[in-house]
Design a protein around this ligand. Structure first.
Ligand SMILES: Cc1ncc(COP(=O)(O)O)c(C=O)c1O
Length: 385
């Protein structure tokens, strides 16, 4: 009765089951998987949101496939503040970055075609692609002092059925940005690029080799995805976008077709579009709070897992996550379950993000500083005794 693409195994995994049991028994959980800013003491004040959302124009409906012009102008102004010239007509608004992927995959690929995604990376790709009846193939990132794309493996994996290459910059969870030489290698493959830049504003330090954004590119064809979820810490408002860039003729043709896709759903709500100019004006203050939290927790982790520790936080250039390498004295699964059951510390195992080897943990850097510091100390004690 149901489609093959929804034939998922819906059994909860061991970690979920044990976590539910622990919570049901009233056990303590220091949650280092919490990446929802509204649950990490990093929500916007309710009054500021209510004010931004209280526009009387909400009473009228003006359907517009690319999104309301004022909202798109505000997104273009956000790019202009980052030094990137952006034509508001090259933006298509949608409900989230996840939905943006589905629009772009519909535009670029037919059922059975493949998309290339980074590995390790964001675990949702498998679902996003499968729901479009696409095949997901991955290309590796390697950590040699710092993370880099294995461009030779990427080129080898770019077979005739690959219709798009996804880059996540900075990547979740490695925190690595796309570099200029990597971009040149990607472009040489001649496929449209889908650049997930949701964490693009969360960079550590400066690096001239970093690609700031693909949103202003004039080469090939690229789709830059972002939204309010991360850059303004507002996942609950559901507004994302696609910035189409590249050779002007290709951009025009892509936009015409995206118009039809977006018009079919008209998914982004009027209230959030009307509020977007005000929300984006206030976003830098919120972003600064999140950045401060992330940098503070990253520094605590580095101090806690000092040079003598058998656990090591891997280098990162940005993002909201830390990757910790653990000794291979036990499996990732065993580490994660032991940390939960003996120390009350919840972490993500690396295999959730498709790391090539064991044993890695992925930690969110959003939790409250006291929670994070205590959890990091327990992790260090568990590893080092
Ligand atoms: C790399 C990456 N892309 C996209 C998303 C989803 O963003 P949105 O809330 O806009 O769908 C996430 C959420 O964690 C993410 O980590």
């Amino acid at each position: 009765m149901f489609s093959r693409r929804t034939r998922w195994s819906l059994e909860p995994n061991q970690l979920t089951t044990r976590l539910q049991l622990r919570r049901a028994a009233g056990g303590e959980v220091l949650d280092l998987t919490e990446a929802n800013p509204t649950r990490a003491g990093l929500g916007w004040p309710g009054a500021a949101l209510a004010e931004a959302l209280a526009d009387p124009q909400v009473a009228s409906y003006q359907p517009s496939p690319r999104g309301l012009p004022a909202a798109r102008a505000a997104v273009a102004a956000y790019y202009q503040r980052r030094g990137v010239a952006m034509d508001p007509d090259h933006l298509v608004l949608c409900a989230s970055t996840s939905e943006a992927y589905s629009f772009v995959f519909k535009l670029l690929a037919d059922p059975g075609d493949a998309v290339l995604v980074p590995r390790p990376s964001y675990p949702l790709f498998e679902f996003l692609a499968t729901l479009e009846s696409l095949v997901v193939r991955s290309y590796p990132l390697a950590c040699e002092g710092r993370w880099r794309i294995d461009t030779a493996a990427l080129a080898a994996g770019c077979t005739a059925d690959v219709r798009a290459i996804v880059v996540v910059s900075p990547n979740n969870p490695t925190g690595s940005f796309l570099s200029q030489p990597e971009l040149a290698a990607l472009r040489a493959l001649g496929r449209p690029l889908v650049a997930d830049e949701v964490f693009g504003d969360y960079a550590l330090g400066e690096d001239p080799t970093r690609v700031g954004t693909l949103a202003a590119s004039r080469e090939g064809l690229s789709f830059t995805l972002s939204g309010l979820s991360k850059l303004a810490g507002l996942p609950q408002l559901k507004l994302g976008w696609i910035a189409v860039a590249g050779e002007p003729a290709l951009v025009g043709r892509a936009l015409e077709r995206l118009d039809v896709i977006a018009d079919t759903y008209l998914s982004v709500g009027t209230p959030v579009q009307l509020a977007t100019p005000r929300l984006l004006e206030q976003a830098p203050a919120q972003k600064a709070r999140i950045q401060e939290r992330v940098e503070g927790n990253r520094a605590v982790l580095a101090r806690t897992l000092g040079p003598e520790s058998a656990a090591r936080a891997l280098p990162a250039d940005g993002g909201w996550y830390a990757v910790v390498r653990l000794p291979r004295t036990r499996s990732e699964e065993a580490w994660v379950l032991e940390l939960l059951e003996r120390d009350g510390v919840l972490t993500h195992p690396g295999y959730f993000f498709d790391f090539d080897e064991e044993a890695y943990l992925v930690l969110s850097l959003l939790p409250e500083p006291a929670v994070f510091a205590e959890a990091a100390a327990r992790l260090a004690r568990r590893v080092d005794g």
